[in-house]
Design a protein around this ligand. Structure first.
Ligand code: NI
Length: 155
């Protein structure tokens, strides 16, 4: 069954089996997540987690469909600049994608933390690869990748 079909059947769960699994989460993260759940009036953690998973899968599906097109986007992340090797790793990764990185903007948030927004343009697979490499760095606390299309086909 494809992803979108799965989502359309969101409220018709009677035919699909339910799997239970355990997840280990730091206490402060689950406290924040419970707050998220309350604000969105979810009846349970399970329903909130199901929605988050669906959202990510739809996003992935959309990105797949956008392949073959030039897309533009932003990669936003927060990191501790005291980790000197981390700063170098971030720069090295950006230099591996010179055609994709249009500009990066750096903001000193506080004594420890820096915020960077990288504006990117290129093939979805390449931009995703760049974003995932940044996200995977130890010390990058949060990384968000957003992508949109320019509507132009890659030649
Ligand atoms: Ni800084």
């Amino acid at each position: 069954m494809d992803i979108l079909e799965t989502v359309k059947k969101k409220n018709k769960n009677e035919n699909s089996s339910i799997i239970r699994f355990g997840v280990s989460i730091p206490a402060d993260l689950i406290t924040a997540f419970d707050q998220y759940i309350r604000e969105r009036e979810y009846s349970s953690r399970s329903e909130a987690i199901r929605d988050l998973i669906r959202e990510k899968l739809v996003e992935q599906e959309w990105e797949r469909e956008a392949n073959g097109q030039t897309v533009v986007g932003t990669i936003t992340y927060v990191y501790d600049h005291h980790k000197r090797e981390l700063v170098e790793s971030i720069l090295d990764i950006q230099h591996d994608f010179p055609d994709d990185v249009i500009v990066s903007q750096h903001v000193h948030l506080d004594h420890h933390n820096c915020l960077e927004v990288v504006i990117v343009r290129g093939r979805p697979s390449s931009l995703r690869s760049l974003a995932y490499k940044l996200r995977a760095l130890k010390g990058v606390k949060h990384c968000r990748f957003t992508m949109t299309t320019t509507g132009k086909r890659l030649s």
